[in-house]
Design a binder for this molecule. Structure first.
Ligand SMILES: Cc1ncc(COP(=O)(O)O)c(C=O)c1O
Length: 397
C-alpha cells in the first residue's frame, strides 16, 4: 500500500507525474508510417538522411547511426582499438553502459571522481588515474552539461589517449560555443524515450576521423563491406562482400531514423522548454536552504536532460529515501541518476570496492531527478515546486 501524503493525506496533485516522457506528434507518426509504406525498413534512405542531419547539427564530419546508445559506446571503444589489458577511465555517476563498453572489449574501467560543483568527471582526477595501460577516457555530459572537454582533450592528446564523449544526455548542448559532437575524438548519442530526442531506441557515433569512421561503419554491420576500396580479394561478382572484422548487428531501422529526424525538427523547441523549466525550478529551489541547486557550467550552453534535486542533509529531518517516497506520495515520481557504477554486484564481483570516488558517493546519497520533459505543463511544474516546498517546510530543520 502506498504511503499517504503528509498533512492530512492530501497530495499536491491527483495524477502521477513521471520524471521523463517522450513527446510524439502527428508529424512523427506520419514520418514513421511513411517508412512502413516504403521499400526499406532497414539500411534505407532514412539512415543516410539522419546521419547527414546529425553532421549538420553538430558540425561533425561523419555520423554512424546504430541501434542504441550502448551499441554506440561499444563500437566507439572497438574502433579505438581497445582490448584485453587496456584501461578506460570514466565517471561512476553514469548509466552502467559508459563503463560496460570497456568490459565488452576485455578492458578494465577505471573510475575517476567528479567535480564537487558540476558533478562531471574531474580532469585532475582523470590525470591521477592515467597509467601506461590507459587507452581511452569516456567523459559523460551528465544531465546535459558538457564535460570539461578542453583539459580532457589536452590530457588525452599529450598521451595518445582517445577521448570518447558520452553525449547520451547532451544533444543540442554547446561547449564554448561548439556543438557537442564536434569536439571529442568520438561522441555518442542515445535516442531512448526519456532523452531529449527519441527513436524508441537508437544511438549514433560522431567523428571527424576518416579511419575511425570506416571502422565504425564496419563494426555496426558484422564487419562486412561491399566497398571496393576495402576488399582484400578480387570481387566474385555483383553479390560479393567480405567480412573484415568481427562486427555486430547494431543497425538502426529506417522507422527509428525517420522518427529521430522528425524529432530533430523540434529540437530547439524541446531544449528551450526544458531550459524554461530548469529556470523555474532553480528560482524556486534557490530560496530553500534544504536544497542545493546544481551549478550551471559557464562553458556549457546546456540542453538539459535531467534536473537534479540535491538535498542538504544537515537541514532536513529525513534522508533521501524518505524524501523520495514522500515525493511519490505527492504523486511526483522521481528517479535517481545514478547509483555509482561500481556499487553494482557485477562490479563488486570484479573486485571494485566502495570508497573509490567519495565525492560521487556523497552526491548519490543526496540526489533525485525531478520531472523534466517538453510535455510538462506550467501547472505540472508548479505542482513539482509545490511538493518540494511542502516537504522542505514540513521536514526542514
Ligand atoms: C549516460 C548514458 N550513457 C549511455 C546510455 C545508454 O544508452 P541506450 O539506453 O540508448 O543504450 C545511457 C542511457 O540511459 C546514458 O544515460
Amino acid at each position: 500500500m502506498e504511503k499517504p501524503a503528509i498533512e492530512g493525506g492530501s497530495p499536491v496533485r491527483d495524477t502521477k507525474l513521471f520524471y521523463g516522457h517522450q513527446y510524439i506528434d502527428e508529424e512523427d507518426i506520419a514520418a514513421v508510417t511513411a517508412v512502413l509504406r516504403s521499400d526499406f525498413l532497414t539500411c534505407g534512405p532514412e539512415i543516410t538522411k539522419l546521419e547527414d542531419r546529425l553532421c549538420a547539427l553538430t558540425g561533425a564530419k561523419h555520423a554512424v547511426a546504430v541501434s542504441n546508445g550502448t551499441a554506440a559506446l561499444h563500437i566507439a571503444c572497438q574502433a579505438a582499438g581497445i582490448g584485453e589489458g587496456d584501461e578506460v577511465v570514466t565517471t561512476p555517476i553514469t548509466f552502467a553502459a559508459s563503463a560496460n563498453c570497456a568490459l565488452y572489449c576485455g578492458a578494465r574501467p577505471v573510475f575517476a571522481d567528479i567535480d564537487p560543483d558540476t558533478y562531471n568527471i574531474d580532469p585532475a582526477k582523470v590525470e591521477e588515474k592515467i597509467t601506461e595501460a590507459t587507452k581511452a577516457v569516456v567523459a559523460v555530459d551528465y544531465t546535459g552539461q558538457a564535460a570539461d572537454l578542453d583539459p580532457l582533450l589536452s590530457l588525452c592528446r599529450a598521451r595518445g589517449i582517445v577521448l570518447i564523449e558520452d553525449g547520451a544526455h547532451s544533444i543540442g548542448t554547446r561547449y564554448k560555443g561548439r556543438p557537442v559532437g564536434s569536439i571529442a575524438d568520438m561522441t555518442t548519442f542515445s535516442f531512448h524515450p526519456v532523452k531529449t530526442v527519441t527513436g524508441g531506441e537508437g544511438g549514433a557515433v560522431l567523428t571527424d576521423d576518416d579511419e575511425l569512421y570506416e571502422r565504425l561503419s564496419l563494426l555496426r554491420a558484422h564487419g562486412i563491406t561491399r566497398k571496393e576500396s576495402l576488399l582484400r580479394h578480387p570481387s566474385h561478382g555483383g553479390w560479393y562482400y567480405e567480412q573484415l572484422a568481427l562486427g555486430m548487428n547494431y543497425r538502426m531501422t529506417d522507422m527509428q531514423a525517420a522518427l529521430i529526424s522528425s524529432q530533430l525538427n523540434k529540437l530547439e523547441r524541446f531544449c528551450a522548454r526544458r531550459r524554461e523549466i530548469v529556470e523555474r525550478y532553480n528560482e524556486a529551489f534557490g530560496r530553500l536552504p534544504q536544497i542545493r541547486v546544481q551549478k550551471e557550467i559557464a562553458a556549457s550552453d546546456t540542453a538539459r536532460h535531467l534536473y537534479l534535486l540535491r538535498l542538504v542533509p544537515e537541514r532536513l529531518r529525513i534522508g533521501r529515501k524518505e524524501f523520495f517516497d514522500a515525493m511519490a506520495a505527492e504523486n511526483i515520481c522521481c528517479n535517481v541518476h545514478y547509483i555509482p557504477v561500481y556499487y553494482h554486484p557485477y562490479y563488486e564481483e570484479l573486485g571494485y570496492q566502495r570508497g573509490i570516488c567519495p565525492i560521487a558517493e556523497k552526491l548519490y546519497e543526496e540526489i533525485m531527478s525531478l520531472p523534466l520533459y517538453y510535455g510538462l505543463s506550467d501547472k505540472d511544474v508548479g505542482d513539482v515546486i509545490c511538493a518540494v516546498e511542502k516537504l522542505c517546510a514540513y521536514y526542514g530543520k
